[in-house]
Design a protein around this ligand. Sequence first.
Ligand SMILES: Cc1cc2nc3c(=O)[nH]c(=O)nc-3n(C[C@H](O)[C@H](O)[C@H](O)COP(=O)(O)OP(=O)(O)OC[C@H]3O[C@@H](n4cnc5c(N)ncnc54)[C@H](O)[C@@H]3O)c2cc1C
Length: 429
Amino acid sequence: MSVKESKDFKVAILGGGMGGLCLAVGLLKSGIKIDVFEQAEAFGEIGAGIGIGPNGIQALRKLGVLDEVLRISDEPLAMRTFIFKSGLPDHSLIYDYPGMETDLGLGVHRARFLDTFIQLLPPEVAHFNKKCLKVLADDDGATAFFEDGSSHTADIVIGCDGIKSVTRTAVLGKVIEPKFSGTIVFRGLIPIDAGVKAIGPDILDRPHGYMGPNKHIIVFPINSQETVNVVVFSTRTPNADQLGPQSGQPWVIPSTQAEMLSHYEGWGPQVVDLLNNITSPSKWFLHMLDPPLETYVNGNVAILGDAAHGMLPHMGSGAGQAIEDAYILSELLSLPQTTKRNLKLVLKAYDYVRRPRANKVLTRSRDVGEIYEFRGPSGDNQTGIRKDLENMWSFVWHHDLGDDVRTATEYLEEISAQSPSPQHRISSL
Ligand SMILES: Cc1cc2nc3c(=O)[nH]c(=O)nc-3n(C[C@H](O)[C@H](O)[C@H](O)COP(=O)(O)OP(=O)(O)OC[C@H]3O[C@@H](n4cnc5c(N)ncnc54)[C@H](O)[C@@H]3O)c2cc1C
């Protein structure tokens, strides 16, 4: 993608994960000058699958990259509504999530998803081995300081640096540590034949969830249906106080099949078959921002994706929210009336429209995890669980991002008119 400059400002993006790269591509398409700073030596993802719902698909389409994502990932769009079964030996049906024909989503290997965006970035905008230690804002812009002693100043800095974000400190004025949720997760990929043998051919068409007391499992095919992504959760086991990471321990570590199986004694044959196929799972300590943040922006600095709303993965919606952030922010920064002079107000408009929605997805994701594991408000009986889960994805999936851009633009007009500083007013509105 060639960079044709169209604006009088430049943007520094900290972190080149899903959110950062979506934002980079969105801004480049409008000719906005960017630099992306990534702590790793290359862009990349820990190998595992990810589900993108209809709202994420809508955002990718509006960013103009959906066809490319589908081509590079070699995955079809499909209606991917869940079948939820009991994980206990009878495997009875608990909830068959109803879908509409327009509810099209994608199950994809994360690395393949990211490849699309990497290919669209001109090499000169990407800077690797750049671990940001802190961000400082002043009246005219913001500066990121890196571990190697270097620094970079831009008109705005957008922290896409994940759940352990350092940019968040510049936005909130204090360190906000994500909280351990009490849940660990084992992740593994297994061949499709093994998935079909364990669950039956249904797994080719529908993602599956297995529920039970204090544990649940999510299963769906990826890689053109060659592989099954298995995500195995465990919460508050009898060793609950030993579940969390030790101080200073990484949040993702290698585990063993024996450790994973020890959490699932007494579960049904479909579950045990699945787990027997995962020989070397990775183990993740799940954290979230709790309570949700009160702002995503401060002056010329903003945060996006997990940095702003790191959530539990129970609705498979974290990446979708990061992609929505990236779309809305790139639209606002591309408006004809956006210039260096009104960037702070533009970031406020981003916060105004994105924060309530992403924070709602965050809290609902936590609540849904409780329901999956039989701790929901209507109890552990199947009728109660069905009631608590009813249409749970509707507000996430059926949402018009074009409306959000309009709302944010109107809000920008409003706050521009009220702005005491004439340089913040937007003459062309
Ligand atoms: C078990 C599990 C399953 C999930 N499944 C789904 C799913 O099915 N669907 C879904 O939508 N979401 C899912 N999610 C959530 C999803 O993975 C995240 O919401 C998404 O990856 C967030 O993207 P991000 O770009 O904000 O952060 P990240 O993907 O974490 O990217 C952050 C980037 O910033 C870099 N970085 C970090 N700190 C610095 C620094 N100081 N300086 C420079 N660079 C830095 C990192 O190296 C990384 O490249 C799941 C999460 C988990 C844990």
